[in-house]
Design a protein around this ligand. Sequence first.
Ligand SMILES: O=c1ccn([C@H]2C[C@H](O)[C@@H](COP(=O)(O)OP(=O)(O)OP(=O)(O)O)O2)c(=O)[nH]1
Ligand SMILES: [Mg+2]
Length: 150
Amino acid sequence: MTEVLIQRLDPELGIPAYAHPGDAGADLVAGSDVTLKPGERALVGTGIAIALQDGYAAFVHPRSGLAARHGVSIVNAPGTVDAGYRGEIKVCLVNLDTAAEVTLKRGDRIAQLVIQRVEKARFVEVERLPGSARGDGGYGSTGGFGDVTR
Ligand SMILES: O=c1ccn([C@H]2C[C@H](O)[C@@H](COP(=O)(O)OP(=O)(O)OP(=O)(O)O)O2)c(=O)[nH]1
Ligand SMILES: [Mg+2]
């Protein structure tokens, strides 16, 4: 378990919490009320700032319940919080529902924060990349879309 320093920018809001032992994501709450019309987005504060150790990053993921029940997701999912970032963690929520407006209240759980170790790469330029079984195949190159209709 890694230690993450946290500052509460709004003392009335809680510290992110894991709902169950074994959960990967600690829930983040909305720092203010927000109402989103269909297709609308808003950047919502969570009332916290953190200091991650070098070699870690935090990722702001959507909550599946909000997504499945209300069509609420995160525009840049998952958002990346760099180890050096000391500002308020914010969530760029979007209402993907085609018809219903959605209101989230201050203190509602709107996203979840996943802390992960991350590698830094040293980019080594070459003339030619080594071969692989996949090669440059992608974007559905393995098929499996036969029964999708549109
Ligand atoms: O969902 C998110 C994503 C990012 N951030 C904060 C932390 C992150 O370290 C910083 C910058 O994020 P990112 O690099 O994704 O944004 P950018 O558009 O590249 O901005 P910058 O030029 O500041 O790097 O914004 C959040 O609070 N929430
Ligand atoms: Mg950036």
